[in-house]
Design a protein around this ligand. Structure first.
Ligand code: ATP
Ligand code: LTN
Length: 327
């Protein structure tokens, strides 16, 4: 079975972009691969947060992932800081990457822009991400389109390390969905839907009330062309609605476009489809929020399984570099 690894930051509530771009595919992959899913709390430290809040956000996110359908019997769900090998291999990756290649990362450019102070960790962030992936001999990394560049870097680092120190890491590939790979903000359809957006009106959170979801879609920004085509360049708002409706109903966006002539019905149907998609997830989330013991138990088991794989791969990397083995 192929080995799958992916990660998500506990930086805010899960939204429709996370679900359609990544988490939904994790749920599918867990039954046909040996899957590791990680709440990357150390990555969340690269940007400022309320002191003391990260633990609660990590628990909330883990509960939301279980509500989406991750099954601790079928996959390994764990927290990054519970497996210290991530930080150790992260350092080895920092020493493998060059300053120039990290400077070219677009996520760093986006996240550092306009900030008063930027942590060194935000700059070296992709090297920790590479460590996350390489620690598990990963074949496939299911992510949204925005992560393509980071996975390319991970491949380059693995190949460079292997060439320098001998065969050590499996070189992974990104798996990116056809529809839903880049869900855009409903109010600013030229920007991706993101936990860290400034306003909530353009983001559909997983536990938004059905009435709120319908209203957010009703108010979605479109254009004045009055035609329904899937043309992300020319009609970003309309195309975003089509992609969401397609992803929620398992059809192709171009195909869905043929069913509509006006924006009103398209917005209404997309809102309804999303409400239906989220309904069972919201029910499970309510149950899990009242049952932290189940979430904690899943994370404890997950950390144990993850550690046993990670320790072996870190040991292999340290030996191949030529660090003095512990006796
Ligand atoms: P932040 O705003 O804090 O960077 P985010 O909302 O972009 O957070 P992440 O935790 O960085 O979310 O991403 C988790 C997964 O969700 C990644 O695989 C990412 O590619 C995917 N993802 C995030 N936003 C979108 C989106 N708008 N459309 C599709 N996939 C997305
Ligand atoms: N950088 C990713 C989160 C992330 C990740 C990973 C994704 C950290 N480590 C390993 C896939 C594999 C993000 O910002 N979405």
């Amino acid at each position: 079975m192929p080995r799958v690894f992916s990660g998500i930051q506990p930086t805010g509530e899960l939204h429709l972009g996370n679900l359609l771009g990544a988490v939904r595919n994790w749920v599918e992959d867990q039954h046909r691969s040996d899957s590791f899913y990680c709440v990357v709390d150390l990555h969340a430290l690269t940007v400022p947060s309320e002191p003391g809040s990260l633990g609660r956000q990590t628990m909330d996110l883990a509960a939301a992932l279980l509500a989406c359908g991750l099954d601790p019997e079928a996959c390994t769900l764990f927290v990054q800081s519970h497996v210290p090998e991530h930080s150790s291999l992260g350092w080895l990756m920092q020493c493998t990457a060059s300053f120039g290649e990290l400077r070219r990362m677009t996520q760093f450019k986006d996240k550092s822009q306009g900030q008063e102070s930027v942590s060194a960790g935000l700059f070296t962030y992709p090297t920790l991400q590479a460590a996350d992936i390489l620690l598990y001999d990963t074949d496939q990394v299911p992510v949204g389109e925005d992560q393509r560049q980071h996975i390319e870097l991970t491949r380059d680092l693995a190949e460079r390390f292997n060439a320098r120190f001998g065969e050590t890491f499996v070189v992974p590939s990104a798996t990116i969905p056809r529809d839903g790979a880049r869900v855009m903000d409903l109010q600013q359809p030229d920007r991706k839907m993101s936990k860290s957006s400034s306003t909530d009106a353009g983001i559909v959170f997983l536990d938004d009330d059905p009435a709120v979801i319908v209203r957010k879609f009703k108010r979605a920004v479109t254009d004045s062309l009055g035609e329904v085509h899937h043309d992300p360049e020319g009609q970003p708002g309309v195309s975003n609605l089509l992609s969401i409706l397609a992803a929620a109903t398992g059809r192709a966006a171009e195909d869905v476009a043929g069913d509509y002539r006006q924006y009103g019905p398209l917005k209404a149907d997309t809102g309804e489809a999303v409400v239906e998609l989220l309904r069972p997830i919201q029910e499970r989330l309510r149950d899990l929020r009242g049952d932290p013991g189940t979430v904690e138990a899943a994370l404890r088991t997950g950390a144990g399984k993850a550690s046993s794989v990670a320790a072996g791969v870190l040991d292999r990397a340290e030996r191949n570099i030529g660090l003095l083995p512990r006796t």
